[in-house]
Write a protein that binds this ligand. Structure first.
Ligand code: S3P
Length: 440
């Protein structure tokens, strides 16, 4: 296994606000007539792009303090067509959720676009069901990709059985139905994150559950604004959970983290691998569980990661794989073909970077496996420990860059990451916080 090199200062830290909730706070503020407020908003490129897009449709956003905004919207029926294309940068959540919402706004026309990574990501998964609701949405790129050209209109009530457990698809269709005051019945086979459902209920609406994974929403919808409190993002905390568990010494207390059960798969997976992490100070805020996480240096081993856990760890698989390099018996992830549809094809990006390190990795259509404990891998670790430089490619993907920066901190290997600016999309201040946690 990789020799563990990092010594941590025992510290209390915070990570930036939850990205999923930050996007949704803007979207529900835009749908609501009147004032809304948000604190803890993630001031990173992705959610700021969503905010900027909706100001072009008529939402007023006023910054009060860091992470604190007051919104005022004329209400969904009075939002207007933007006179420029809406740029969502790198954000799949931003573009897919906003596309749904805008499809349901009668008379609003818009073109939604993004950076080169976003323009490669699959949009057919929302275009198809939205079109069945009567929406006018066309992917202007090759193979139904962004830019997305939308002519908002009144949509029809719709029933959808999603073939993919995706909160982006679910939320896109919910927002389309809500914007258009129409009914939606939706089911999925494994629960994907349910923040849209929670925020919708927090605003005073009801969801009728026909079974745990099958629900219906029906108008009239209550959209009078709300005060949203966004906790720290567990997907960002995940990097420091792995750092804390695999350090040689020191405990970290990561405060104020969103602990929605559809997001805490990283805690389950790390615990299955033998990690000691404690939850403290649990509470409910704005309909979402929140708490503090304390890490202890732990000895990890390979664990079977069950298929049902995949949607709740989907963003954390790159950093979990780094933890796998330090686990007795290695690491294997399967049933995770959705990784190929993220900011980069994360199966390819993780496998190719691991191979650049010299590690034997087997690639599958839905995952990968490595045995970091063989004699051969010990030779690899020895070469890397002697200071061999290894170029790492981040593929325009923030989580790939952060995962390899954590590996570099834990191992002391001379990893040279080509570009780290993508980290600004979700975790401004990541490198400074990482440095602050480590003894030189
Ligand atoms: C998100 C849902 C997930 C996740 C993304 C954020 C959301 O995507 O990967 O980073 O906020 O709804 P899918 O649900 O499409 O897998």
């Amino acid at each position: 296994m990789i020799p563990r090199n990092a010594k941590l200062k025992s510290k209390e830290i915070r990570v930036p606000g939850d990205k999923s909730l930050s996007h949704r706070s803007v979207l529900f503020a835009a749908l609501s007539k009147g004032k809304s407020k948000v604190t803890g908003f993630l001031e990173a490129e992705d959610p700021l792009n969503t905010m900027s897009a909706f100001t072009k449709l008529g939402l007023n956003a006023k910054k009060i303090a860091p992470g604190e905004y007051e919104f005022e919207s004329p209400g969904k029926d009075k939002l207007i067509s933007p006179n420029v294309d809406l740029d969502f940068g790198n954000a799949g959540t931003g573009i897919r959720l906003s596309a749904g919402l805008i499809c349901g706004l009668s008379g609003v026309n818009a073109v939604l676009t993004g950076d080169d990574s976003l323009k490669k990501r699959p949009m057919g998964r929302i275009i198809k069901p939205l079109t069945s609701m009567g929406a006018s949405i066309v992917g202007l790129g090759e193979k139904e990709t962004a830019p997305l050209k939308i002519e908002g209109k009144k949509l029809a009530s719709f029933r959808y059985e999603s073939p993919i457990a995706s909160a982006q698809i679910k939320s896109c269709l919910m927002l389309a139905a809500i914007a258009s005051e129409t009914e939606l019945e939706y089911s999925e086979n494994i629960l994907s994150r349910d923040h849209t459902e929670n925020m919708f209920r927090f605003l005073g609406n009801k969801i009728e559950y026909l079974s745990p994974l099958h629900f219906k929403i029906s108008p009239p919808y209550f959209l009078n604004g709300g005060e949203f409190k966004v906790p720290g993002d567990i997907s960002s905390a995940a990097f420091f959970l792995v750092l804390g568990v695999l350090a040689k010494e020191g405990t970290l207390l990561i405060q104020n983290i969103g602990l929605n059960p559809a997001r805490t798969g990283i805690l389950t997976a790390l615990k299955l691998m033998g990690a000691k992490i404690e939850i403290e100070n649990q509470r409910i805020e704005c309909g979402e569980p929140v708490g503090d996480l304390r890490t202890y240096p732990s000895t990890l081993k390979k664990a079977n990661i069950p298929e049902e856990l995949i949607p709740s760890i989907i963003d954390e698989i790159p950093i979990l794989s780094v933890a796998g390099l330090f686990s007795e018996g290695g690491f294997e992830i399967r049933h995770a073909e959705e990784l190929r549809a993220k900011e980069s094809d994360r199966i390819h990006t993780m496998v190719s970077n691991f191979r650049a390190l010299g590690i034997d990795v087997e690639e599958f259509p839905d995952g990968y496996a490595l045995d970091g404990t063989s004699k051969k891998s010990n030779e690899v670790w020895n070469t890397l420990s002697s200071g061999k430089k290894v170029p790492i490619l981040s593929f325009m993907d923030h989580r790939i860059a952060m995962s390899f920066l954590i590996l570099k901190a834990l191992s002391g290997f001379a990893l040279e990451i080509d570009e780290t600016s993508w980290i600004e999309t979700s975790f401004p201040g990541f490198e400074t916080l990482l440095k602050d946690c480590l003894y030189e």
